[in-house]
Ligand binder design. Structure first.
Ligand code: NDP
Length: 247
């Protein structure tokens, strides 16, 4: 496990957007960021799940969260512009983005992969990151220091049979992180971009990918949070363009 002990108020007064914040790792990250002082913007496609996370954060008396229901599959340019305008009005800046939402797609050989599903997986897992970054970079430039964290996977570094569009999307995610990191180093050095490979973690997606596995043998999302905190907070200011393992 990545070792890092975050100060209790590491993210005090930071505004951080988390995609796929309603479930799994995104939910744990949103709650953990709020616990460390951040105002989290919860983006996801299932409003009920986002509301449950919002309510939990309120009950714990962490800084009040905000909810953005958005299906990254159908989202159009105006949805991203609207999101940027809302965040600008509400907060005036953005200190962090965790690109976490993803679709698994189907576990099938390339020869049999449904091209429509392929495009859907690429839209949710990759294109939405481009759209979010383009819309939100100006707000991140208003922050003293800002962090963009992508979510990779083992199959985003070494593809394996039957991982299909998901593996392609995670290689593309690594590339987008590297592109952004090198461009930001030149143009906006106050913003950094890195990626996390969570490793096998107890979530619905993992259970769908490995139906025969006993989930209790895997770490929970809460257990892998040290790297999520490290990359979002000021102790990683000099880290840019890295793809790190949470476990
Ligand atoms: P989950 O399936 O548990 O959670 C994914 C989240 O993304 C859900 O909240 C889901 O919303 C949201 N999401 C999916 N599609 C969309 C969409 N079209 N628009 C908006 N939100 C969407 O997955 P994990 O928590 O396991 O995965 C989180 C990240 O970690 C992913 O990027 C995944 O690829 C990566 N990862 C996970 C591993 C693991 O072992 N768990 C291993 C390696 C990488 P909803 O709840 O409404 O479905």
């Amino acid at each position: 496990m990545f070792h890092y002990q975050a100060p209790s108020q590491l993210l005090k007064d930071k505004v951080i957007l988390v995609t796929g914040a309603g479930d799994g790792i995104g939910k744990a990250a949103a709650i953990t960021y709020a616990e460390h002082g951040a105002t989290v913007v919860l983006l996801g496609r299932t409003q009920k799940k986002l509301e449950a996370v919002y309510d939990y954060i309120e009950k714990q008396q962490y800084p009040q969260a905000a909810i953005v229901p958005l299906n990254l599959d159908g989202a159009a340019e105006h949805d991203y512009t609207e999101l940027a305008n809302t965040l600008k009005t509400e907060f005036g800046r953005l200190d962090g983005i965790l690109h976490n939402a993803s679709l698994l797609g189907e576990r099938k050989p390339i020869a049999a992969y449904d091209p429509i599903l392929y495009e859907q997986v690429m839209r949710v897992n990759v294109t939405s990151q481009l759209m979010l970054n383009q819309a939100l970079l100006p707000l991140m430039q208003n922050a003293d220091q800002a962090s963009i964290v992508f979510t990779s996977s083992g199959v985003g570094r070494q593809a394996k049979a039957n991982w299909g569009a998901y593996a392609v999307s995670k290689f593309a995610t690594e590339a987008m992180m590297q592109l952004l990191a090198s461009e930001l180093a030149e143009l906006s050095p106050s913003i950094r971009a890195n990626a996390i490979n969570p490793g096998a973690t107890q979530t619905n997606m993992r259970a769908k990918a490995y139906p025969n596995e006993d989930p209790n043998t895997l770490p929970t999302p809460n257990e892998i949070m040290p790297l999520y905190l490290y990359l979002m907070g000021q102790d990683s200011l000099s880290v840019n363009g890295q793809s790190l393992d949470a476990q």
